[in-house]
Design a protein around this ligand. Structure first.
Ligand code: FES
Ligand code: FES
Length: 159
C-alpha cells in the first residue's frame, strides 16, 4: 500500500501489466475508464443490476461497478478492448456486427464479455442455460432478438 488512502494496484489488463496507485475505495469500473483509458466498459446503474460494466476477472464475468480495484491485486482482467486479435475481431464481435445486434451500443461490451465467459464454459448451451447465463445483462433498447441471434450464431461456430 502506498499510504492510508492509496493502494498500489498490480494486475494485468488485457495481457499488459498495470502498476498504479488507486484510491482504496475506487471501483474497478472507474480505474479502467478514468485511469487506464479503457472506456469500452460502460457504467450505467452502478449497482449490479444491468451488466453494462461486465469485464472478465480470472475467467469469471464480474460487474466492475461492484468490485473495488484493490480486490484486483495480482488478478487477470479482460475488457472489450482486449478481445480483437490485432485487426481480427473476436467471433462474438463479428456475429454482433453481422446480426446488427446493437442500437445505442451501450450494453454491447458487457453482453459480449458475459457471453464470452458463458461460451468458454460451454458452447453447447440449452435454451435455459443460455437465458440463465445472460440474465444479468440488460439492453435498454430491447434489441434482444438480434442479440440472441448473434450469441447463438457465435456459439455454433465456437462449438
Ligand atoms: S453499471 Fe455495473 S451492473 Fe450496471
Ligand atoms: S443497444 Fe442500447 S442498451 Fe442495448
Amino acid at each position: 500500500m502506498a499510504d492510508s488512502q492509496k493502494w498500489r494496484l498490480q494486475c494485468t489488463v488485457n495481457g499488459g501489466t498495470v502498476d498504479t496507485d488507486v484510491p482504496q475505495d475506487e471501483a474497478l469500473l472507474t480505474t479502467l475508464r478514468d485511469r487506464l483509458g479503457l472506456t469500452g466498459t460502460k457504467g450505467s446503474c452502478l449497482e449490479g443490476e444491468c451488466g453494462s460494466c461486465t469485464v472478465i476477472v480470472d475467467g469469471e464475468a464480474v460487474n466492475s461497478c461492484l468490485v473495488l480495484s484493490p480486490q484486483m491485486q495480482d488478478r487477470k482482467i479482460e475488457t472489450i478492448e482486449g478481445l480483437a486479435d490485432g485487426g481480427k475481431l473476436h467471433v462474438l464481435q463479428e456475429k454482433f456486427l453481422a446480426a446488427g445486434a446493437a442500437q445505442c451500443g451501450y450494453c454491447t461490451p458487457g453482453l459480449i464479455m458475459a457471453a464470452k465467459v458463458l461460451l468458454e464454459n460451454n458452447a453447447n448451451l440449452t435454451e435455459e442455460e443460455f437465458f440463465e447465463g445472460m440474465e444479468g445483462n440488460i439492453c435498454r433498447c430491447t434489441g434482444y432478438k438480434s442479440i440472441c441471434e448473434a450469441i447463438r450464431t457465435a456459439a455454433r461456430q465456437w462449438a
